[in-house]
Design a protein around this ligand. Structure first.
Ligand code: GLU
Length: 464
């Protein structure tokens, strides 16, 4: 069975890049009827926080990236890392290193000065440390004895064959002085113990993979397949960061994005299925494969994300949207009871919205008292419009409340006064909604209902 995982470090909110990595790993498991595991890599105690764990869980839940196992916390597994470390010590693939941080700094500086790449020089390798007495008061770290010769090679599911020479790799730390595992060690033990078949992650980890493969080999653990997904860049080609605007998943929720739209956008960011731009989560799962993940980095485009959101809003069911908007009004304590049926209103408004916040703002004018700006008043609500507005209001009073009939009233008044549509429609828009842009005015009048529409017209006329 295919098993994939997402393994975030809880050192901040879940950002767009992390969410896309999670999405690909999730979709791969779902497509193949496999399982998706959530693991929290919290061994960096200084940078990890409970708030970040919560933000990650909330974001995954909001996006609908459900997991079959977890969250599993690495800090709950310390004894297991120690157990595997002992196996490596017993097989002479790991050794204790007593070099102090100061000593290592001097070592690196000396290497740099003589034009060498800074790397651990193996001074505590058992062969080199014969007769050396461990200094007192130094908590040793456990280092991996990386092979000196040969290459490490794997067929990356996204990038193809990657080969790295062991000469490039030094004896990295497996356990820190406090006994916690480093990322490169914890990840191997966990990916093995959790029976993961595919490790799909960001390509900022490509350099770590050969180190991890060497550990797998030293332990005789079966290797998973690796697939490294390219980074997401900002529009300036730099790695996506806060400076490029909202990058936290939850910010998109707060800004009125639909989770399926964010998923659709992230899915397309660096992966394609022919010319398809808008698709559902189910379609994505059905179509997803790693062969069509781009090898080069993707550029984040906020305008396209908004467009994608608008398309998903158009495709969404009116009652589903109405429920979301109602929840939004409730949160803001806006009274939505006294207004037209929200789902009907949304049907009229949703084609123009690129976010739920847009949609709830544009629906709001049907519930709130009308406010007309002085500028609009001077431009469209001039006193010469009063006769036609009165004429129209009067014929409206007795009409059967139905869009066609309302449209006939409009035509009838226009004909009487020999005016064109905008000359009546603009003042009506303002009097009825306070806005100059609305869906078709006859539809708006129908939706407002007889009492509300007439009350607004009467109130407006009395001020003219
Ligand atoms: N904790 C690592 C990170 O957040 C995960 C790397 C991996 O997926 O192996 O970058």
């Amino acid at each position: 069975m295919i098993r994939t995982r997402f393994a975030p470090s809880p050192t901040g909110y879940l950002h767009i890049g992390g969410a896309r990595t999670a999405l690909y790993a999730w979709a791969y498991a779902r497509k193949h009827g496999g399982q998706f595991i959530l693991r929290v890599e919290d061994t960096d105690q200084e940078r990890s926080s409970q708030a970040s764990v919560q933000a990650i869980l909330d974001s995954m839940t909001w996006l609908g990236l459900d997991w079959d196992e977890g969250p599993i916390f690495q800090m709950d597994r310390l004894s297991r890392y120690r157990e595997v470390a002992d196996m490596l010590i017993a097989s002479r693939n790991a050794y204790w290193c007593y070099a102090t941080p100061e000593e290592l700094t001097v070592m690196r500086e000396t290497q740099r000065k003589s034009g060498l790449k800074p790397r651990y020089d193996g001074r505590w390798r058992p062969d080199n440390a014969v007769g050396q007495v461990p200094p007192e008061g130094v908590a040793p770290v456990l280092r991996f004895k990386n092979p000196d010769a040969g290459d490490v090679s794997w067929n990356d599911l996204v990038k193809g064959i990657i080969t790295v020479s062991n000469a490039e790799l030094d004896d990295f730390v497996l356990l820190r002085g406090d006994g916690t595992p480093t990322y490169n060690f914890g990840v191997v033990v966990d990916d093995h113990d959790m029976n993961l078949t595919h490790v799909i992650r960001g390509d900022d980890h490509v350099n770590n993979t050969p180190r991890q493969i060497n550990v797998y080999r030293a332990l005789n653990f079966k290797l998973p397949d690796f697939g490294h997904v390219p980074m997401i860049l900002g529009d300036d080609g730099e790695r996506l960061s806060k400076r490029h605007g909202a990058v936290s998943v939850m910010q998109y929720r707060d800004d009125g994005f639909l989770p399926d739209a964010v998923l659709n956008y992230l899915a397309r960011l660096g992966w394609s299925h022919g010319d398809d731009e808008i698709f559902t989560r189910e379609q994505f799962v059905e179509w997803f494969d790693l062969d069509h993940v781009n090898r080069s980095p993707a550029k984040f485009d906020g305008t396209k994300l908004s467009w994608t959101n608008g398309e998903h809003i158009k495709l969404s069911d009116d009652t589903f949207l109405a429920d979301l908007i109602r929840a939004n009004y409730n949160k803001k304590t806006i009274n939505w009871q006294n207004g037209p049926e929200l789902s009907e209103l949304i049907k009229l408004l949703k084609d123009r919205a690129t976010s739920l916040n847009d949609l709830s703002d544009s629906a709001l004018m049907y519930f709130r008292d009308i406010q007309i700006s002085q500028e609009d008043r001077l431009q469209f609500l001039t006193v010469d419009k009063k006769p036609i507005l009165i004429h129209f209001t009067e014929s409206l009073r007795s009409v059967e409340w139905e869009r066609q009939q309302i449209a006939s009233c409009i035509k009838f008044s226009l004909k009487e006064f020999q005016l064109k549509m905008p000359q009546l429609a603009m003042p009506l828009r303002l009097l009825l909604t306070g806005q100059t842009q609305t869906p078709a005015i006859d539809a708006i009048i129908e939706l407002l209902g007889r009492d509300r529409a007439l009350a607004r017209l009467d109130a407006g006329l009395s001020e003219l």
